[in-house]
Design a protein. Structure first.
Lengths: 487, 348
């Protein structure tokens, strides 16, 4: 890094960008390697040391105190003080003056430093964060996806501020998923993949296609035994589904026996779409059609009644009840069908659990084992078996193999494939591109709450899909669309 | 459409397949068994120090006089298992008990004085449930407010006056089991509070363990989001537990009011704490999702046994609160350790 440089950091989901900046800013400790600041070897054991070294980080979730004023936030932890008798107290007038100065130096003149931060817009809060970084004389500013939540006008102002800082010799590490921004702002760009350094280039020497090809090509660590299936009639069809902010006018269909992969960056609205279809966050408008019939989905119960199952993204907080046994978790979604006059049919429940353990190869010594004592992969299988027990027509799987080991992953892939060959319609959300490409008959790409591209299996290459995931929505015809953008 | 798939590899049969010994051991270490053993040890120790403690009449009296706490602890257990709390329960019992006595001395039929408080309890429970489930106000805030309303309201209306001249057939808690002969039961002469306590606890235990709603209560308390995603209506479950809690509070109130020939129309001091403590010491996790009504009943008995034991071995009864406090901390600590161990083994 050189002073006055804007250095972009690029990579897919899980490529290691966030981990890298957390190491630089002292949140995590590196396992090895060294870091040099002004040629001197440094090692930060906590964020405070990094700040003292002149490194400030602005995370995606802003770390401001909403009940305090702009000035108080800017000087949090290092407020100017003055001596009153034996004690030092905060020098409020100096704080106000200096806060105004810092904001003025950023060409921000329309922000009252006495306002509470909670009442500010997202764009203004971000400016407060930047001012806060400058108040500690940061020489290196790290910005993690600063434009993700901003409006168009705020983005333009942010760019002006970034350019201003560059002129003043502040080095900026800029993480963004928007390629357009990289070309507009950055001097150099570094690409990461699977936690590894891929390469650094001068921005003027590269093209978007070049960068995309650097980002893709993640290692495929296992083979997907995708079975050929005969794709039948549409089972699930979604028309003009809206659920702001992350589900905008979505339309698609999934046919019997088909696996449709849903790709997109983190925050592109994939899980939100799934939860809208499942009724966890009911749709604001639009139609959900199952086997040709429009259905109303107001809550998960409605969706389940119609044969939709949803294996959620986070098994810890959404999938499992840790205090319960395998048997009790497996039967949870089908309790109603196991019930006779208000009581659970215990033999049927035990059979169901034993069958699930057998079918999915769950490694447990008994259906009575607490799920909290299982490994991640086996926990995931319990969640999947819970939803298979409901005998769904449509299975929506959100990150079905996140956090499971390679062996369990292959087993889950094989299971998905077999289920499809039996005629189940499957919508699979995954942040692992090889998984999406390996498993899907069709790939849909979401960006900013919309489905922006669709690829048949043969056309779905890593380059095509990543390119659709990352391009600016404003770029006309920037997306290679072999089949047309939408059905 | 049946979703079947061949197992990828046969799961290896694990060695720890729970032989008789290990199952017996894990049974021994359930909260219920531990409580029972502690109770037995306490009775033996105090009994050998002062034989009057274990005299039949004395012990039956202890149980009889405190059965209403165990009955209230049934509903409270369900509320806490669903990861809620009701701190207004002591005041509610005071109000419903006064209501019962007032009905009895005003010439209404005796059955009305027994039944109306239970129905009223259910209604109050429904209101709490509605505020918690639909208006999303935390249960502790709702019941804190209710506690003040009930307590203040009661003292304002009655001025703390005693209700006397109760009809002679009003005293349900003083009746022996023949009072139940109308049910066609041929049971030995057990005082009705003890009988009610045992029957209700067993019914509740079976219902919690084997009914669909009981399972859903555990699910909501264990992980509300996962329960909702599994199609369980969290709102309905919260309504249910608070209504049941209101009903058991109503029954407890009738048992409390019919114990003595007078009813002091105030709120029994510290009653809510003793009920909540019974549930917690009985193994109901304050974090929800874990616990049984049997444990809560045993803990309620243990607490009253400790309370009266102090008198028999010449220790100031003021120590009771300290003992209760220690018991709460020990059980909560044990719960925490258990959860930590589960979490640790999950990573391994």
């Amino acid at each position: 890094m050189v002073p006055g440089e804007v250095h972009a950091l690029l990579g897919e989901n899980g490529a290691g960008k966030s981990t890298l900046i957390k190491i630089i800013s002292g949140v995590y400790k590196p396992d090895g390697g060294e870091m040099r600041l002004d040629g001197k070897l440094v090692a930060f054991s906590n964020p405070r040391e990094a700040q003292a070294g002149g490194i400030a980080t602005i995370y995606q979730e802003l770390s401001l105190y909403p009940e305090l004023t702009v000035a108080e936030n800017i000087f949090m932890g290092h407020a100017p003080r003055r001596q009153v008798g034996p004690v030092k107290v905060v020098n409020w007038s100096e704080m106000t003056v200096r806060a105004k100065e810092i904001l003025a130096s950023l060409n921000i003149h329309d922000l009252d430093v006495r306002r509470k931060v909670g009442s500010l817009s997202v764009g203004n809060r971000q400016r407060v964060e930047i001012a806060k970084a400058l108040s500690i004389n940061a020489r290196i500013l790290i910005m993690d996806e600063p434009t993700a939540a901003l409006t168009e006008a705020d983005v333009i102002r942010l760019f002006e501020i970034v350019r201003l800082l560059r002129q003043r010799g502040v080095a900026i590490i800029y993480i963004s998923h928007r390629l357009g921004e990289v070309f507009e702002l950055a001097d150099r760009v570094t690409v990461l993949r699977d936690g590894q350094y891929v390469g650094t280039n001068e921005v003027k020497d590269v093209t978007p296609d070049h960068l995309i090809s650097m980002m893709v090509g993640r290692t495929i660590d296992n083979l997907f035994p995708k079975l050929d299936t005969t794709v039948g009639a549409p089972v699930l069809e979604v028309r003009n589904l809206w659920n702001k902010p992350l589900c905008r006018d979505v339309s698609f269909q999934v046919r019997a026996g088909e696996i449709v992969g849903l790709a997109g960056l983190v925050g592109s609205g994939r899980s939100e779409l799934a939860q809208t279809i499942f009724g966890f966050t009911p749709a604001q408008s639009g139609e959900i059609i199952l086997n040709g019939q429009t259905i109303r989905v107001r809550n998960p119960g409605d969706a389940m009644k119609h044969g939709i199952a949803y294996v959620p993204e986070d098994r810890g907080t959404q999938g499992l009840i840790r205090e319960m046994r395998i048997r009790e978790n497996v039967s949870l979604a089908v309790l109603k069908t196991l019930t006779r006059t208000g009581f659970i049919n215990s033999p049927a429940e035990r059979d169901l659990a034993a069958h699930a353990i057998e079918q999915l190869g769950i490694r447990a010594y008994s259906p009575e084992q607490l799920v909290s004592k299982l490994s991640g992969g086996n926990q995931q299988k319990v969640v999947v078996s819970k939803w298979l027990a409901s005998k769904p027509k449509v299975l929506i799987m959100d990150e079905p193999t996140r956090g499971v080991d390679v062996g369990a992953k292959a087993e889950i892939h094989r299971l998905i494939s077999e289920l499809a060959s039996q005629g189940l319609a499957i919508l699979m959300i995954s942040s692992e591109l090889p998984e999406v490409l390996g498993m899907s008959d069709r790939v849909l790409v979401m960006r900013e709450g919309r489905i922006v591209a669709e690829f048949a299996r043969k056309d779905a290459t890593q380059e095509n899909v990543v390119s659709a995931m990352m391009r600016e929505a404003s770029e006309p015809n920037g997306v290679p669309t072999p089949q047309g953008v939408l059905q | 459409m049946t979703a079947t798939a061949s197992p990828v590899t046969r799961p290896p049969v694990q060695a720890r397949s729970g032989g008789f010994l290990s199952r017996a051991l894990s049974f021994l270490f359930t909260q219920e068994v531990i409580l029972f053993l502690v109770l037995v040890v306490l009775i033996v120790l105090v009994g050998s120090a002062n034989p009057r403690y274990v005299a039949e009449r004395n012990f039956i009296n202890i149980l009889n006089g405190n059965a209403y706490i165990a009955v209230a602890a049934i509903g409270m257990s369900m509320v806490i298992i669903s990861r809620n709390i009701d701190i207004s329960i002591g005041s509610l019992i005071g109000v419903l008990g006064t209501l019962s006595g007032t009905i009895a001395i005003n010439g209404y039929p005796i059955w009305a004085s027994w039944l109306v408080p239970i129905v009223a309890g259910a209604l109050v429970g429904a209101v709490i449930g509605f505020l918690v489930a639909y208006l999303r106000i935390p249960a502790i805030v709702v019941t804190l407010g209710l506690l003040s309303i009930l307590k203040g309201g009661l003292i304002t209306i009655t001025g703390g006056a005693w209700i006397t001249d109760l009809p002679s057939d009003y005293f349900l808690a003083q009746m022996k089991s023949p009072a139940f002969s109308f049910l066609g039961l041929n049971v030995p002469e057990i005082p009705s509070p003890i009988l009610l306590m045992i029957i209700l606890t067993i019914l509740a235990a079976i219902w919690m363990r084997y009914s669909t709603t009981g399972r859903a209560i555990y699910a909501v308390g264990g992980n509300a989001e996962a329960a909702r995603l599994s199609g369980i209506s969290e709102k309905r479950i919260i309504m249910t537990v608070f209504i049941i809690n209101g009903i058991t509070a109503g029954i407890a109130a009738v048992l409390w009011a019919t114990q003595l020939s007078i009813i002091q129309s105030t709120v029994p001091a510290g009653l809510e704490l003793q009920i909540i403590t019974s549930a917690v010491v009985g193994g109901v996790s304050i974090l929800g999702g874990i616990g049984t009504t049997v444990g809560a009943m045993l803990a309620a008995i243990l607490l009253s046994a400790i309370n009266s034991a102090l008198v028999f071995i010449n220790i100031s009864p003021y120590w009771f609160r300290a003992v209760v406090g220690v018991l709460i901390l020990v059980t909560v600590l044990a719960d925490r350790l258990r959860r930590q161990r589960n979490r640790a083994s999950e990573r391994g």
